[in-house]
Design a protein around this ligand. Sequence first.
Ligand SMILES: [Fe+2]
Ligand SMILES: [Fe+2]
Length: 225
Amino acid sequence: MGSMPRVVEPGQDQFVKALAAENRAFWADRDVRLDPGASPEDLLSQIRYRMRQGVYNELRSVELIAAWLPTVKEREIRQLLPRQLDDEQRHYQLLRRRLLDLGEDPDGYEPLPEWVAFFDWLVAARERPTVEKLAMFQFAGETQSCEGFETLIRLARELDPETAHLYRTQILPDEYRHAAIGRQALLLLADSPERQERAREACREMNRRVFQCYREHRARADRQG
Ligand SMILES: [Fe+2]
Ligand SMILES: [Fe+2]
């Protein structure tokens, strides 16, 4: 009769892998914010537009984590959130500074209404169970963000190396850590068929909403040129 080591159920590990694959499949060809086939000039303007909206998104991410913190009671997860909040605040400042250096007025940018509504919806989701919230933002959202940043960095490398370097060295590593918080939350909390179903539905809802934002984002970027 030895002590029972705490192990992650094999079922949970399988579940998280399957859900990651489902999310990845959803996102194939759906991050339309940047068009790799666009002319260098158009691509650079898409990258700039991404950065302007990015300043807003990073700032709202700070607010979102702050709003969720009091409702995340699970110690193992809760203790990871203050650092994420700090990271998002730093990203906000870095991107804002970069736009200033490029001669832009980041504070004069008016965020896309769909992004505003999206973050309002996420903040209001604070009352939902931790497994759903973290499935949405950290697991589905941050994982897609990492993919999106990888693409951005690849496409910006020639056009705007300094910005590419900033994303690669100062932002992307943090975002991978945020995505890992999502995985950890699911491994810990998606421990019944019912909770797994809730997490899966939360990811689907999140993916749909983010995709809607991406489409509107691109349409507006194209209009504004
Ligand atoms: Fe961030
Ligand atoms: Fe993040």
